[in-house]
Design a binder for this molecule. Sequence first.
Ligand code: GDP
Length: 477
Amino acid sequence: MPAVLDDTICAIATPPGEGGIGVVRVSGPGALDLAARVVSLRSRQSLHALPVRRLVSADVVVPSGESSPTDRGGATGVSQVIDEALVVVMRGPHSFTGEDVVEVQCHGGMVVLDHICRALLAAGCRLARPGEFTQRAFLNGRLDLAQAEAVLDTIRAKTARSLAVAQAQRRGVLSREIEELRSALVVALSHVEAALDFSDEDIAFVLPADLTKLLTDLSSQLGRLLRSSEEGRICREGALVAIVGRPNVGKSSLMNALLRQERAIVTPVPGTTRDLLEEVVQIGGIPVRLVDTAGIRATQDPVETEGIKRSRLAWGDADLALILLDGSELLTDDDRAVLASPEAFGALLVVNKRDLPQRLTLEEVRSACPACAGIVEISAKELAGLDHLRERVRDILTPHRLESAEGAMVTNLRHADALKRALEGIEQATQSVKQGRAGELVAMDLRIAADALGEITGVITTDEILQRIFAEFCIGK
Ligand code: GDP
């Protein structure tokens, strides 16, 4: 997707479907001229004369029949008022995209929005590609790349916590830290390169001991950021938690109990739903996709076997499994088989039905699964022990409980990957310095590291990276 900024783009910015209001966005050098052909201000003013960021009433006027919106009032076209709207003008560079922007707020019906968009296209706008408004904000220097990605995270945030982390990144908390690290690297690199240029002369631009110390400091800061990335991913994307166990231990009852208390208002991301029952709940601020798997047991039935196969796949993918047991019964062979599975490593054992007389002792459970992460007793029926269960789940998924959302935190796989490459570069360079290798080698590794950090904020970027990032956005953002 080559970056073209000289045309004017438009798109419906609100989600498809019916809504109280709908918004059509126009951005680019011709935004005011082209929008003026579609909206007619009640005050009879021209859009150009409007004060910025002030909502004004307008009629949305599109020509009827085949006529173009430009010949409104002309011989062929009788223009037709299709809706009443509020219009706002923002002038570049002080707008989201950095360009002239017009937004039309009309009634949120698909036909109304569609008509307005079509009229704008007929007037000479081009339909925006997914994420193109945000991409323009990046290309016009309004946001760096990590901040642009945080716009998407803000839209997609599923809990207050993920929203706070996304907002911190959008404000530039991560970008500032990355840029500080990158400029320290660039300074180190310039010293090493100066030493190469003047290698005949007896000037020490940087002492190996000083360089080693600087690189060690940098690598420990990068390491800290990288360590935040697993929890960061869970905070941003949510975690997959599978409820597993033989039939009748209370898996569906537990799922319902958790949903009854903490059902998230949002639905799962499309495409993630399996055939298994899956719902999103909030656990300690983490969006959790909870999967109720089919009961796992030995069976000859082909349909049940297929269900069990899917359950095992979900279990394998899960960030955490809750292995459910029935405390009112002794362990069965099916229980033991589940507990002995390789996937049981790190699982949380949940002994259910503690409202009934107990036949299962915790010692027995513990010795049947020594590799599990712990045991919690609950009653799904009486909703007892669920707070403790939630606390344990939160502690296992986010053990470091990343202090505050205000600190820089890495939530994005692309950033984590770039950080890893930067860290490798610094470690290589440190080794080369220690072993007294040629300065060219040190410089090369430092450059790799600095460039990798530059990819995070977009100082260094390629069309391919941009395309991949903005394709994830919806049209109109
Ligand atoms: P699943 O097959 O593992 O999904 O188990 P269900 O959730 O369908 O529960 C099996 C049976 O156990 C049902 O009759 C539930 O009402 C019952 N049950 C589930 N949890 C509890 C509990 O905490 N206490 C008691 N007494 N019964 C429970």
